[in-house]
Design a protein around this ligand. Structure first.
Ligand code: CTP
Length: 400
């Protein structure tokens, strides 16, 4: 159930740290990949060697890998690696540091760099756990989206009896499995997204292109990835960084995008075409720059393949296809005809006639038309928020 999930396990200085070895084992047994970061005080309770041996990967607890050479450990890379950052055990001290954003050890730096969801399994004595300060910290973290795995009640290392014992490794693994299923509803779904413009060369310096920025496709890739999907983004020439955890293939022309997209759709559950693919390419191109006097006065064009149409032609049972239609007028009829012609589940219409919508902007205003006749209109919002709305609709199309 945790197959291919990347769990970054953070261990902090509590006696419950000894259970972290069993936890790492249990997560791996269920298919997860585990990497470990430790605070210096947790090393008093369990050795990095134990965890490194169990997980088969080095354990990080320090900013420097090799003090003599000055090699440092990249906390940003580790922070971006995980599908979830599980801090177990999480001490009262660490919970408090998480609230204030303290960064006085390597684990806390990873915490600040991580973009994946953070989950903490507290472990402490009952009075520490009940203390108003700890309870306020837990509340503050939960308000910030950190999930807390409730500690158990029972005999504590102090000899006292009460709530504060870290949940058992098996219970934590069960909790994670359940969390991946409910919080990550697209768990294990493979999604391919085309994004950005294409550039069709005329000569070695000139091209036919358009103003697409790729922002909508990249926002969707991020949103779907965080909903648990395995996302493959095929992007034309855009000035955007690879979203973390997403496989990105960069292409230049419509033919290249078509070739990659046709390969990727074969194993995909969902295909989303946000790219503004050039419908035409120059019939003849020059490998060197044409000087002014060599430039033809007319450029003959060949038609490019329609990627989404070709996806639609070979759509499998249960596969979901989503298209975009950028129109310069209100374009409802045109969008609806593309929905049918390309065999889509739904099409997202945006119009350059709406201020703040379309190419290059950080916002978008969309309407959606579904194959089953339903339609939805949305207000102007950020492309991230639009990506969320589209994701929610995709969920309703998943085969039951
Ligand atoms: N599309 C595609 N490949 C193409 C052209 C379009 O995959 N060669 C996809 C776009 O990514 C979008 C949808 O088809 O999801 C509609 O694109 P659009 O350019 O609006 O439609 P066209 O079919 O090209 O129609 P027209 O240019 O006549 O409006």
């Amino acid at each position: 159930m945790l197959e291919r999930k990347k769990i970054l396990l953070g261990i902090t200085g509590s006696i419950a740290a000894y259970k972290a070895a069993l936890l790492a084992r249990e997560l791996q047994r269920r298919g997860a990949e585990v990497r470990v970061v430790m605070t210096p005080s947790s090393i008093e309770f369990i050795t990095p060697l134990t965890l490194a041996t169990l997980t088969g990967h080095p354990v990080y607890s320090d900013f420097t890998e090799n003090r003599d050479s000055g090699e440092w450990t990249n906390h940003v890379e580790l922070g971006l690696w995980g599908d979830a950052f599980l801090i177990a055990p999480a001490t009262a001290q660490t919970l408090s540091a998480m609230v204030t954003g303290a960064c006085d050890n390597f684990l806390m730096a990873v915490h600040l760099s991580s973009r994946c969801p953070v989950i903490a399994a507290p472990a402490m004595d009952l009075d520490m756990y009940q203390h108003a300060a700890t309870q306020a910290n837990l509340e503050a973290l939960e308000n910030r989206g950190v999930s807390i795995i409730q500690p158990d009640s029972g005999a504590l290392a102090s000899g006292l009896d009460g709530k504060g014992r870290m949940a058992e490794p098996e219970a934590i693994a069960n909790w994670l499995e359940n969390w991946f299923q409910t919080k990550a509803p697209l768990n294990d779904k493979k999604i391919v997204i085309t994004a950005g413009p294409t550039h069709e060369p005329i000569d070695s310096v000139r091209f036919l292109g358009n103003r697409s920025s790729g922002k909508m496709g990249f926002a969707l890739a991020r949103e779907l990835q965080s909903a648990g999907a395995d996302v493959h983004l095929i992007a034309g020439p855009v000035q955007l960084n690879d979203p973390s955890g997403v496989q990105v293939t960069r292409v230049e022309t419509a033919l290249e995008m078509h070739a990659e997209a046709m390969k990727a759709i074969k194993s995909a559950d969902i295909g989303i075409a946000t790219a503004a693919v050039s419908d035409f390419r120059a019939k003849t191109t020059s490998k060197v720059k044409w000087h002014r006097n060599e430039m033809p006065t007319a450029i003959e064009l060949d038609e490019n393949p329609d990627i989404l149409y070709d996806w639609g032609k070979q759509k499998r049972d249960g596969q979901i296809l989503v298209g975009f239609a950028l129109e310069t007028d209100n374009g409802i009829e045109s969008a609806k005809s593309k929905l049918k012609r390309k065999n889509l589940n739904f099409i997202v219409l945006n119009s350059t006639a709406d201020p703040g919508a379309g190419f290059g902007t950080d916002t978008n205003k969309i309407s959606i038309f579904e194959q089953n006749g339903k339609s939805h209109t949305f207000d102007l919002k950020s492309k991230d928020a639009v990506a969320h709305d589209i994701t929610q609709l995709i969920l309703t199309h998943l085969p039951q």
